[in-house]
Design a binder for this molecule. Structure first.
Ligand SMILES: Nc1ncnc2c1ncn2[C@@H]1O[C@H](COP(=O)(O)OP(=O)(O)OP(=O)(O)O)[C@@H](O)[C@H]1O
Ligand SMILES: [Mg+2]
Length: 341
């Protein structure tokens, strides 16, 4: 269905200052063509700023934006061939689904034949065929979301940019609309950049994840590398579920990461305690998480608290009773380090 080859996007030493404040520091990035990239980071780290610079809605203080090697830094937004979807969808309330989707093509004076074939494609792609005559007020949040995506994709953009497109939805629809968004992206093959502060969303939907913190890129990698080979302590902890351990017996006290799910808990028998890197601790908290039980254990000899997520299916819950003593294994194969350590 794609008429254009997917575009490659590059940022070169891109910098943005708002007055005295720097929102983005000399950022260089290569966003892969035809793939789904997420920009992930905490509030205020510069995610939306980066997206607006790519779109041309803000001017950089320094540096440039290249699409397929062409410098578009001074190209006006409407000439960049970009589809944009923001958090609040901003559909035209007085236009039907159909007219919302066709808006960009009509503005470009597309022929009637193009309008009707593209409309058909977009309705199919976004599962909206039965809703084409409805007005935005007659749609659910998720359906409005899909109209916004269809409207952005209809004119064959070279890039699709999405700023927190799922954040207005409840957790259940987020997951399912996220999957639909991913399927739509794959079917259209358009290079896509989505901003999110939700790590689960970023890791599960993307081919490539850019983790930002305070105006800097901390790491840009595939999701499994972000998870398994964090480039910094910030990435290690922001991506979630990571203990930072500093114990003389573990890498001589150097900061070492250990995912909650990688910590193993056993009944405190003598046999369990002879395993390598296994220590005795006292259960301080047990939290029910659905599929897993999250257990916080104080390691008696190190005054260090370790968090472990034990899958309920593998677990004899009597092992984790509050205040009981327990054996905690910190398996060497799961130790994670970062940076130049
Ligand atoms: N128009 C502006 N004028 C001045 N400062 C701004 C402006 N827009 C953003 N900033 C500042 O730049 C920094 C980055 O903002 P940005 O909107 O890019 O963050 P974000 O990562 O998208 O955050 P959020 O997750 O809260 O949307 C923030 O400190 C913000 O206060
Ligand atoms: Mg933002």
């Amino acid at each position: 269905m794609t008429e254009r080859k997917a575009a490659n996007l590059q940022l070169k030493a891109l910098t943005k200052k708002y007055g005295e404040q720097t929102a983005l520091y000399e950022t260089t990035l290569n966003i892969p063509a035809g793939r789904f990239t997420s920009i992930l980071g905490p509030s205020g780290c510069g995610k939306s700023t980066t997206l607006m610079l790519i779109a041309g809605l803000e001017k950089p203080t320094a540096g440039c934006v290249l699409v397929d090697g062409d410098d578009v830094t001074n190209t006006p937004v409407e000439e960049r061939g970009i589809g944009i979807v923001f958090q609040n969808y901003a559909l035209f309330p007085n236009l039907t689904v159909k007219e919302n989707i066709l808006y960009g093509l009509r503005a470009r004076k597309a022929s009637e034949a193009t309008l009707s074939s593209r409309l058909y494609e977009m309705l199919e792609l976004t599962y909206l065929t039965d809703l084409s005559e409805r007005y935005p007020a007659e749609l659910s949040g998720g359906q409005q979301q899909r109209v916004a995506i269809a409207r952005a994709l209809a004119p064959h953009p070279r890039l699709l940019l999405l700023d927190e497109p799922l954040s207005a939805l409840d957790a259940w629809s987020r997951a399912s609309i996220g999957e639909q968004l991913r399927a739509i992206q794959e079917a259209s093959g358009v290079t896509t950049v989505m901003v999110t502060h939700d790590r689960q969303e970023a890791l599960s939907l993307s081919d490539y994840v850019v983790v930002m913190n305070a105006g800097h890129v901390e790491q840009a990698d595939e999701p499994n590398d972000i998870y398994d080979r964090p480039a910094s302590e910030f990435v290690a902890t922001f991506v979630g579920g990571m203990n930072i351990v500093r114990m003389p017996l573990i890498r001589e006290g150097a900061a070492t990461g250990l995912r909650y799910a990688d910590v193993k808990l056993y009944r405190a028998t003598e046999a369990a305690l002879t395993r390598p890197y296994t220590f005795v601790g006292q259960v301080q908290a047990v939290q029910f998480m659905g599929d897993a039980v999250r257990v916080k254990v104080l390691l008696n000899d190190f005054q260090t608290t370790i968090t472990a997520d034990a899958l309920r299916i593998n677990t004899d819950r009597s092992v984790f009773s509050l205040h009981s003593l327990i054996a905690v294994e910190l398996p060497e194969s799961a130790w994670r380090t970062w940076g130049a350590q």
